[in-house]
Write a protein that binds this ligand. Structure first.
Ligand code: GLA
Length: 383
């Protein structure tokens, strides 16, 4: 990273920061309903080599972008002004300034192993890496959750994606060996130990390679539907509806909103159930709950797709303990909880099923919960 930074910007970086992608174990689309989620950080990470500048310019280079350096004036950073990937880092600087932090420019070189469009939060990893770099470069002293919320503000207010806070909180606050139990309304989180290997299990990610795009309006429409349902039910957010309230809610709402509400209410309950099992050391017991979560996304929230359904069905037919599409929806990645000694056979079944269906070959890899965002230059082998 330092070598690349030097050759691009002709000077030394002040440091290197890292922020990971994430997968969500359970608790999908609950974050913008003030609810609960349970993500883990994954080992795939975005690295940023950064140097502070005091001339009001933000210069951005990405090893994946393969293009020239974006050279932006801080004074020109207004929502809508940047429409490429550069909107994510530029948005973080905008969000910091909008929140009253007197930060200036920087040179940033970015290199990432988080696959883009795979539902693994590559944009949140990029935003959080920039937020953590700026926190140190400008001595802001902000906490990890505060940086995460500024990163979410960047995505909402500058990049124009109306996401919740789960991805940025996961990238910023996760620890190795644990899931992050998020209570969005309370603004709190707890680490819940999750080490499937210790039980002879594996968590597999299957990237279906069907690209989702949160900016395409479907996500915003779902969010608006939930907010409308909450208003009609007279609550601040769907978090306030319990499973016992569902029959009455079903009678009070227009028919098309009922399944949305049912998904959110049952999904919040599934987060609580999974956390209880993990705390009791019963990892295998969460498998069926993950699969129920998928059925709810498919049938009630209606954001699955044929490829994700095929992964889930194939994993379960091949003896997996549970599987579900993860993230925003409409493709991206599926997670599967499987016995270690079945992992290779289950992976092969999924690949075969995709071939038979004429789909692109999926990417399969195991993951363990990894660390959240941090400064890392001392960990990087220098060349
Ligand atoms: C995307 C959003 C998150 C969350 C998930 C669904 O990843 O960025 O805020 O809403 O979808 O759980």
């Amino acid at each position: 990273m330092k070598e690349a930074f030097r050759s691009i910007f002709g000077t030394q970086p002040h440091g290197i920061w890292a922020a990971p992608g994430r997968v969500n174990l359970i608790g999908e689309h609950t974050d913008y309903n003030d609810g609960f989620a349970l993500p883990i950080a994954i080992p795939q990470t975005t690295l940023i080599a950064a140097r502070r500048r005091d001339d009001g310019r933000l210069r951005l280079h990405s090893a994946q972008g393969d293009g020239p350096v974006h050279d932006l004036a801080l004074a020109d950073l207004v929502p809508g002004a940047v429409t490429t990937w550069a909107a994510y880092p530029a948005g973080v600087v905008w969000a910091l300034r909008e929140a009253g932090h007197s930060v200036g420019g920087a040179d940033l070189h970015i290199d990432s192993t988080v696959p883009v469009g795979a539902g693994l939060s590559s944009s949140a990893a990029l935003e959080c890496a920039v937020a953590f770099a700026y926190n140190d470069l400008y001595g802001l002293g902000l906490s990890a959750p505060t940086l995460a919320l500024l990163a979410q503000r960047a995505e909402n207010g500058f990049a124009g994606v109306p996401c919740g806070a789960m991805d940025q909180l996961a990238s910023s606050c996760c620890t190795a060996g644990a899931t992050l139990h998020l209570d969005i309304r309370a603004g709190s989180h707890e680490q819940v130990p999750f080490a499937p290997e210790s039980e002879g299990l594996r968590l597999l990610i299957v990237d279906t390679r069907v690209k989702h795009d949160l900016g395409d309006g479907a996500y915003a429409a779902l969010r608006a539907g939930c907010e409308r349902a909450a208003r009609l039910l007279g609550v601040a957010a769907l978090r306030d509806i319990t499973p016992a309230d569902l029959p009455a809610a079903g009678r009070a709402l227009p028919a098309h909103l009922v399944p949305l509400v049912r998904h959110i209410v049952t999904e919040n309950a599934r987060v609580a159930d999974v956390v209880a099992h993990l705390r009791a050391g019963r990892i295998a017991a969460i498998g069926p709950i993950l699969s129920e979560g998928h059925a709810s996304l498919r049938d009630d929230y209606r954001i699955s797709c044929a490829e994700s359904d095929l992964v889930v069905d194939t994993v379960l037919d091949a003896g997996g303990l549970g599987a579900r599409q993860t993230g925003g929806g409409f493709g991206g990645s599926v997670i599967a909880l499987v016995a270690e000694d079945r992992a290779a056979a289950i992976g092969a079944s999924v690949t075969r099923a995709f071939r038979t269906a004429g789909y692109r070959e999926p990417n399969l890899f195991p993951v363990s919960p990894a660390r959240g965002a941090r400064r890392i230059e001392r960990e990087v082998a220098e060349t």
